[in-house]
Design a binder for this molecule. Structure first.
Ligand SMILES: *[C@@H]1O[C@H](CO)[C@@H](O)[C@H](O)[C@H]1NC(C)=O
Ligand SMILES: *[C@@H]1O[C@H](CO)[C@@H](O)[C@H](O)[C@H]1NC(C)=O
Ligand SMILES: *[C@@H]1O[C@H](CO)[C@@H](O)[C@H](O)[C@H]1NC(C)=O
Ligand SMILES: *[C@@H]1O[C@H](CO)[C@@H](O)[C@H](O)[C@H]1NC(C)=O
Ligand SMILES: [Zn+2]
Length: 372
């Protein structure tokens, strides 16, 4: 139901026409539609546009959106995340999401932008999103591999760039390390290459890349608070769970599978697309040194890799007319995981609030009964 209205200016206009007496809320929707162009979320955007968009999100939602620079790329560009949540005096739990770790996977920054747009659009009216914005902060990096992403926009021959942009060492003249093989998680053991010209080059050592280091540093600082880690890739229509190394099993493997299968069902319900769930040795190929595995290894319980559309017909060059449906279904999948995570952590808290509310209502009813 909600999905029907996503990004649909037609529906917004219709609801404006129908409800043209209810001022404040509608004009807030309207002004947001006005500042980003109508079809903004159905197109791919280069890095300078995404940077400007991040500033716009902060400007339009100063009470819930802030940004943080948490590292620099090889070419000395800032790595920036958006922190989204309702302010609280208490220390909050967190959800991590990063996009654009592999440069050519253009649908992924588009998804992070869509995700941010949707939670900001709905949190005032959707009670569940509102509750999660109160209890959680979302840490969202729209583009992690900034150098690589910019390079992939350079010209047609660089469109399929995957890696970072650091130069090879020791006489190797190719560029780039596969950032998702560079993390401190069974680094260099399986599904990697030590040839700097290879697509899956894992670097000279774990965390040789400043981009992988930046994420590691943030996760280390926030380890106690992060309940779920979502890293977004394409393509293949899969939800991967730890671990990528074939001889290790996550202690909560069953939970990860159950939540992942629930997310795949939520995805299928939106546009009928099938997503496969499993560890990468089971459904893709084994590989070590991924951020997903690192997150699980340091104790973040729910760690997932999304591989968005499609299954290879267009691959990394997913046509723009598939951006919106891909994002809609992936949003439903992500929401399933985040809702599960939230309810698991806050169920007892929510029960307390409900009990308090009933006590208050009962007291009000009793006192009004006495007055009457
Ligand atoms: C990014 O895209 C915008 C809009 O198409 C364009 O005006 C701008 O020149 C591009 N910037 C870069 C650095 O390519
Ligand atoms: C990078 O981030 C730093 C610290 O937030 C800021 O001072 C600087 O202006 C940023 N650089 C660019 C190019 O945006
Ligand atoms: C694309 O850019 C690269 C790097 O600047 C350059 O070497 C190459 O010739 C360009 N290719 C095309 C098709 O323009
Ligand atoms: C996994 O264990 C098997 C059996 O002990 C061994 O042959 C294989 O090399 C191991 N795989 C890796 C990637 O270490
Ligand atoms: Zn990828």
């Amino acid at each position: 139901m909600m999905m029907l209205g996503l990004g649909s200016v037609g529906l917004v206009l219709l609801s404006l026409a129908v409800q043209s007496g209810h001022g404040a809320q509608d004009s807030a929707v309207w002004s947001r539609e006005e500042t980003t162009e109508r079809n903004y979320y159905t197109r791919y955007h280069n890095m300078s546009e995404i940077t400007a968009w991040m500033e716009q999100m902060k400007r339009e939602n100063p009470d819930v959106v802030s940004s943080m620079v948490y590292g620099q790329t090889y070419e000395r560009r800032n790595i920036t995340l958006l922190k989204i949540g309702l302010r609280s005096t208490e220390r909050k739990k967190a959800i991590w999401m990063d996009c654009g770790i592999h440069a050519r996977e253009w649908i992924t920054p588009a998804f992070c932008q869509f995700f941010v747009k949707e939670i900001l659009r709905t949190y005032k009216t959707d009670t569940k999103v509102n509750e999660m914005m109160k209890n959680l902060d979302f840490y969202i990096t729209p583009v992690l591999n900034v150098d690589g992403y910019i390079y992939s926009w350079h010209n047609e021959s660089t469109r399929l760039w995957r890696k970072s942009r650091s130069p090879g060492t020791g006489g190797c003249t190719c560029y780039g390390t596969d950032l998702n093989r560079n993390f401190y998680a069974n680094w260099g053991m399986v599904g990697v290459s030590t040839d700097c010209c290879n697509l899956f080059y894992c670097g000279t050592k774990a965390l040789s890349e400043s981009e992988a280091w930046a994420v590691t540093d943030m996760l280390g600082k926030m380890r106690e608070d992060i309940l779920a880690f979502l890293t977004i890739h394409s393509y293949g229509q899969q939800l991967l769970v730890p671990y990528g190394h074939p001889n290790t099993t996550a202690p909560n493997h069953d939970e990860l599978m159950e939540v992942g299968l629930g997310a795949a069902m939520a995805i299928k319900a939106v546009h009928g697309m099938d997503y496969t769930v499993g560890t990468s040795p089971d459904i893709l190929y084994p590989f070590s040194g991924s951020s997903q595995d690192f997150a699980r290894l340091i104790g973040i319980p729910l760690s997932f890799t999304f591989e968005l559309r499609d299954k290879g017909e267009h691959g990394f060059e997913l046509p723009e007319d598939q951006i919106q449906p891909t994002c809609e279904e992936a949003y439903a999948g992500a929401q399933h995981i985040i809702t599960y995570t939230h309810d698991k952590a806050f169920y007892s808290y929510a029960a307390t609030v409900t009990a308090t509310l009933w006590t208050t209502l009962l007291a009000a009813w009793v006192s009004s009964a006495i007055l009457l």
